[in-house]
Design a protein around this ligand. Structure first.
Ligand code: THG
Length: 271
């Protein structure tokens, strides 16, 4: 399970405020906290900044990697110029968030895929917009996987995103996304799945409870990566435990290390 930290997103009020105030330190602190909590990638989305988005993307990618040289970032923007700026500033293999089945988006993003060879998130939407139907989203995902394969992107660098709709709006949204991911992985072995998991709980109380349970359901169905809040300690302990139960923690090594470091005890203050 690859954890992509979701917190540096300008749709969040605190991030919007930090961006408006030019408070780069507050943004780097969000990066540091998520990295320390065990994130594997940090999503960076500055989309609401509009005319200063490109500058902010460059500044954050550079600033975060200067302070956290190991950190890898998921460059997240609807704007191809911001994607390009983020990828250009990034050291190591970035994640590009995202390509979609929209014709214009494909035209804008494919040159970036060729130039920077990032890991690529493929969103299952196209020029007809968001699709409710599982079969349509599967078909868009399949088309994007094949397109990326023709571009020479290895399956290990492809992450298909079934798009998670809130269960508050669509009762079977959680189950449908799991079904789409199953079908895509069965049809295209080696390709990964990812989702913006916290979307599932949008509009409901005690969102963490919902996200934590959905994460385990999705992991047992083979979800490879999730964009979540790594500061949710119970989520992270659950992920560590589920990895072990799914045979992904040889010798229970990570689990036992976490135990010895006191990280399994959620009632204790964080170390
Ligand atoms: N797929 C891909 N990328 C994505 C998403 C996706 N990127 C953006 C988003 N979805 C995932 N990131 C977030 C970031 C924050 C929140 C949810 C998903 C979040 N925000 C609070 C809310 O909506 O209530 C904001 C609260 C605040 O102001 O702090 O929970 O699906 N590929």
């Amino acid at each position: 399970m690859i954890i992509v930290g979701e917190r540096i997103n300008s749709t969040r009020t605190s991030i919007q405020e930090a961006l408006q105030a030019g408070d780069e330190e507050a943004l780097v602190r969000e990066a540091r906290d998520q990295w320390a909590a065990g994130a594997d990638y940090l999503d960076v989305n500055t989309a609401t900044m509009l005319d200063t988005e490109v500058e902010w993307m460059t500044r954050l990618v550079t600033g975060i990697q200067a302070r956290l040289p190991e950190a890898l970032l998921a460059i997240d923007s609807p704007n191809a110029a911001a994607l390009e700026a983020g990828l250009r500033a990034h050291r190591g293999r970035a994640m590009l968030n995202s390509i979609t089945g929209e014709r214009e988006r494909i035209e804008a993003v494919l040159p970036l895929v060729r130039e920077f060879q990032p890991r690529v998130i493929a969103l299952t939407m196209d020029d007809e917009g968001l699709q409710r139907e599982a079969d349509k989203r599967f078909a868009i995902g399949a088309r994007l996987i094949e397109l990326l394969a023709r571009e020479g992107v290895p399956p290990d660098n492809v992450f298909v995103d079934p798009l998670i709709f809130p269960v508050s709006a669509e009762g079977d949204a959680g189950r449908i996304a799991l079904d789409i991911m199953d079908k895509l992985k069965a049809a295209y072995p080696g390709v990964h799945t990812i989702c913006g998991l916290s979307n599932v709980s949008h509009g409901l109380p005690v969102r963490r409870q919902i996200n934590q349970v959905y994460m385990l359901m999705a992991m047992s169905r083979g979800l490879d990566a999730a964009i979540v809040d790594p500061l949710d300690q119970r989520m992270m302990v659950n992920v560590l435990t589920a990895r072990m139960l799914l045979g992904q923690d040889p010798g229970c090594k990570a689990y036992l290390t976490a135990y010895r470091q006191g990280r399994l005890n959620l009632d204790a203050p964080p170390p």
